[in-house]
Design a protein around this ligand. Structure first.
Ligand SMILES: Cc1cc2nc3c(=O)[nH]c(=O)nc-3n(C[C@H](O)[C@H](O)[C@H](O)COP(=O)(O)OP(=O)(O)OC[C@H]3O[C@@H](n4cnc5c(N)ncnc54)[C@H](O)[C@@H]3O)c2cc1C
Length: 462
C-alpha cells in the first residue's frame, strides 16, 4: 500500500531517538526546524499516492532502457531529497546484488526481498556509508578505537550486532530505513568492518544527532531554503541488532567496495542532473539581476554569463552522454555509463564555485546587504528602501530585492554555504570521482594517438 503524506508523518512516531541542539526531539513531525523538510517529503507522498494493494511509486521503477533512465531522471528533479536517495540507494543495492549474484546468491536474494519490502510499504531510505574514519592515514584495524569504522561486534545465529557511526547522512532523521554500507574497500583481516545491512531508523541503539540549515529567522528573507531544506544526520549505531534477512554483507572483504561503487554511480548521476539544472538556475539569476541592474548589454557581464551558459550546457551534455551510453546488466537493468557520469559530476562540482563567483561579481554587494522585506513594508524606512533599491522604470524595489534574497539564500547564506561544501564532498568527494574516471577512460587509445602524433609505434621504448 502506498502512504499518504499524513500516514508518512504519522509513521515517524516510532520511538526513534532524534537529537537537535542538544535536546531529544520527541515529536519529529512537529519539530519546527524539521517542518519544511517533513512537509516537502509528505507533499511528495501525496503527489504520487494511489490507493489500493500492489500500487508503487515511480521511484521504485528499475530502468530497462536508456529512455526509462532519462524519464526517471526528469522525474527525480521534482522529487524531495529523501525520495531521490531512496531511488538511488535501492538501485545501488540492486546493482550490488547483480555483481554478487554469481558467488553469493543468498545476499542477492536478500537484497531483492528488501527492495520488495520497501516498495510494498512505500518506505523512504537513506544511504549510510561515510564512517567517522579517525586517523585518515590508518586502516580500520589500526585505529586506536576500532569503532571509528562501523563494524560487527557480535555474530549470533539469528543476526549480527553492529557498532559505529555514519556521519553526514542527509535526511536520516525523517526517513524510515538506513541502508548501511562499508565506506571503502576492506582488506583480508578486516572482515568485521566489511558489513552492509538495512536498519530501521527506530531500531534500538540508533541515535541521530542533527544539524540543519533550515532558516531560524524570517522565512521571506530565505525564499528558497525555507521551502527546501533537510536535516543532516550524525548517526550513531550503538550495538544495533540486525536480523539475518537484513544483512547483505558479513565479512566478505572482496565485495566491501561493491556497494560504495554502485551507490557512487547512481548518486553521481543524480548529482549531475541536479548540477545541470542548478547551472541553468545560476544562469537565470545572473541574467535577471544583470537586467534589473541595467547591465545586461555590458561586455564583461555578457562574457561571464556566456561562460556560465557553457558550464550549464557542458554539465548537461555529460549527463546526456551518461544516459546515451548506458549499459545493461544480465537481469535487463540499465545503469549509466561510469566514465561520463563521473566526468560530468566532477566537472559540474569543481566549477560550481567559479559560477557562483561570476554570479556574485555580476550581482553586486546587495546580494548580502539588501534590506529585508519587512524593512520595505516599514512605514518609517520603507519609502527610502523603495526609492534606493529600485533602479529604473519597470524595476521596482521589491522585484530586485526578491532576486537579491534568492541569490543570497541559494549561494551566500547558510544554504549557500551548505551547497558550496556539498558540491565538493557529495558522491564521495572530487578525488573519488577522479579515481573512477581514470579507471574507465580508454588510456590505450589516448596513448596510441600520442605515439602516432610523435611518429612513434611504441616499440621504441624499452
Ligand atoms: C551535506 C553533505 C551530505 C552528505 N550526505 C551523505 C549521505 O547521505 N550518506 C553518506 O554516506 N555520506 C554523505 N556525505 C559524506 C560525503 O560522502 C563525505 O563528506 C565525503 O566522502 C568525504 O568524506 P569526509 O567528509 O569524511 O572527508 P575526508 O575523508 O576527511 O576527506 C577530506 C579530504 O582528505 C582526503 N583524504 C581522506 N583520506 C585520505 C587518505 N587516506 N589519503 C589521502 N587523502 C585522503 C580526501 O580526498 C579529501 O580531499 C555527505 C556530505 C555532505 C557534506
Amino acid at each position: 500500500m502506498m502512504m499518504t503524506g499524513k500516514q508518512y508523518l504519522d509513521s515517524l512516531d516510532d520511538g526513534r531517538q532524534i537529537y537537535l541542539d542538544g535536546q531529544r526531539v520527541d515529536d519529529v513531525a512537529a519539530e519546527p526546524l524539521f517542518e519544511a523538510a517533513t512537509r516537502w517529503v509528505a507533499s511528495g507522498y501525496d503527489a504520487t499516492h494511489r490507493p489500493g494493494d500492489g500500487e508503487a511509486g515511480p521511484y521504485y521503477d528499475i530502468p530497462g532502457s536508456p529512455q526509462d533512465l532519462r524519464e526517471q531522471l526528469e522525474l527525480l528533479l521534482g522529487w524531495d531529497m529523501v525520495t531521490v536517495t531512496t531511488a538511488q540507494g535501492l538501485l545501488a543495492l540492486l546493482t550490488a546484488a547483480a555483481r554478487m549474484r554469481g558467488t553469493h546468491p543468498g545476499y542477492a536474494r536478500r537484497i531483492e526481498d528488501y527492495f520488495e519490502y520497501c516498495k510494498s510499504r512505500d518506505l523512504r531510505c537513506v544511504q549510510a556509508i561515510t564512517d567517522a574514519k579517525g586517523n585518515r592515514k590508518l586502516p580500520p584495524s589500526k585505529q586506536d578505537d576500532p569503532d571509528l569504522y562501523t563494524r560487527i561486534v557480535e555474530r549470533r545465529p539469528d543476526g549480527i550486532v553492529v557498532r559505529g557511526a555514519k556521519l553526514h547522512i542527509s535526511a536520516a532523521a525523517i526517513c524510515h530505513e538506513l541502508v548501511v554500507m562499508p565506506t571503502k574497500m576492506m582488506k583480508p583481516g578486516e572482515e568485521d568492518w566489511a558489513v552492509a545491512c538495512a536498519i530501521p531508523v527506530g531500531a534500538p541503539g540508533v541515535k541521530i544527532v542533527n544539524t540543519t540549515y533550515a532558516p531560524r529567522a524570517e522565512e521571506e528573507h530565505f525564499p528558497y531554503s525555507s521551502r527546501y531544506n533537510m536535516p543532516e544526520g550524525f548517526v550513531v549505531l550503538d550495538d544495533v541488532f540486525v536480523p539475518n534477512e537484513r544483512v547483505f554483507l558479513c565479512g566478505e572483504t572482496e565485495y566491501s567496495a561493491t556497494f560504495a561503487h554502485s551507490l557512487g554511480l547512481w548518486e553521481r548521476l543524480g548529482g549531475s542532473a541536479h548540477l545541470a539544472e542548478g547551472g541553468d538556475l545560476l544562469v537565470g539569476l545572473a541574467q535577471l539581476i544583470a537586467e534589473a541592474n541595467g547591465l545586461e548589454r555590458v561586455a564583461h557581464i555578457k562574457d561571464k554569463i556566456a561562460e556560465m551558459i557553457i558550464y550549464a550546457t557542458l554539465t548537461r551534455a555529460g549527463l546526456e552522454a551518461a544516459i546515451a551510453n548506458a549499459k545493461t546488466t544480465p537481469e535487463g537493468w540499465v545503469y549509466p555509463d561510469e566514465l561520463f557520469t563521473n566526468a560530468a559530476k566532477h566537472y559540474g562540482a569543481a566549477e560550481f564555485n567559479l559560477m557562483v563567483r561570476h554570479l556574485h561579481d555580476i550581482a553586486g554587494g546587495a546580494v548580502l546587504t539588501a534590506p529585508s522585506m519587512n524593512d520595505l513594508r516599514s512605514s518609517e524606512v520603507g519609502p527610502f528602501v523603495e526609492k534606493y533599491m529600485r533602479t529604473m522604470d519597470g524595476v521596482p524595489a521589491e522585484y530586485r530585492m526578491r532576486l537579491f534574497h534568492a541569490i543570497r539564500d541559494i549561494t551566500a547564506d547558510a544554504y549557500g554555504g551548505w551547497q558550496l561544501v556539498t558540491m565538493i564532498q557529495s558522491g564521495g568527494g572530487l578525488y573519488a570521482q577522479r579515481l573512477v574516471v581514470a579507471k574507465h577512460y580508454d588510456m590505450d587509445r589516448a596513448k596510441r594517438l600520442g605515439l602516432a602524433a610523435a611518429g612513434l609505434t611504441g616499440e621504441e621504448a624499452g
